[in-house]
Design a protein around this ligand. Structure first.
Ligand code: PRP
Length: 218
């Protein structure tokens, strides 16, 4: 009997968007053959019976929600989303892809004010950071193109992720404070982790083989 035949089916939530392509390469390097061109497909549920797996393609911020509620057993998600969404999931592995950093940025000529406005897609992370710094700020939640905010006077500063730095550079913004480093993580539903431990471990092992510097989170 093949190894996969004894495993229970695993539903894996994959994020569309920023880390999607890198995650696909990662899957390939894990030896998981999806057999369908996920990049160009509009399908949201992709069965991969040969590996006893099924992929669901989700908006990145929803991946921890699917995993917490157990409609996905495991999920691939950025640490930024995990910190922001604060879902009750088990963080299994740092996949060491999708590397970027969460920063405070603004215009070079920024003059500190008593209660600066901070625009961000990450209100939870930003609030926590400024609270820890003992700084009073007004957080303005945006859903994208956050770099616009200081340019048009909506906010003095932004909290956002920086990868290549191109977006900041091209908009004349500079990094002011480093909040944390971000990478992509493999997460698991807490009860799937217990009830489908073999299948979860099997996929984690496959993923570990694709990590350049393999390491389980402590
Ligand atoms: C992210 C992030 C920055 C940009 C950083 O946005 O919010 O805007 O990427 O990348 P860079 O440092 O390589 O330029 P995303 O592309 O996800 O789009 P959004 O602004 O619409 O959310």
């Amino acid at each position: 009997m093949k190894e996969t035949e004894s495993l229970q089916k695993l539903t894996i939530a994959m994020p569309k968007g920023r880390i999607f392509e890198e995650s696909l390469v990662f899957l390939q390097e894990s030896g998981i053959v999806v057999g369908e061109n996920l990049k160009d497909s509009r399908k949201l549920i992709i069965p991969v019976p040969h590996f006893q797996m099924e992929f669901i393609l989700a908006k990145p911020t929803d991946v921890p929600t699917y995993v917490e509620y157990g409609v996905a057993d495991v999920g691939v998600v950025g640490k930024d989303v995990l910190l922001e969404e604060n879902r009750d999931v088990y963080e299994l592995l740092d996949l060491e892809i999708g590397r970027c950093r969460m920063v405070v940025a603004g215009l070079a000529e920024y003059q500190p004010t008593v209660q600066p406005r901070v625009a961000t897609k990450y209100p939870t992370i930003a609030s926590r950071y400024f609270r820890e710094q003992g700084q009073q700020v007004e957080i303005i939640k945006l859903n994208g193109s956050v770099e616009l905010a200081p340019l048009i006077g909506l906010a003095e500063r932004i909290v956002d992720i920086v990868s290549t730095g191109q977006t900041l550079r091209e908009n004349g913004l500079i990094e002011m404070e480093h909040i944390c480093d971000i990478t992509t993580r493999l997460i698991a539903n807490r009860s799937s982790y217990r009830m489908k431990s073999k299948a979860v471990e099997s996929v984690a092992q496959k993923f570990i083989q694709a990590i350049p510097k393999a390491g389980v989170l402590r």
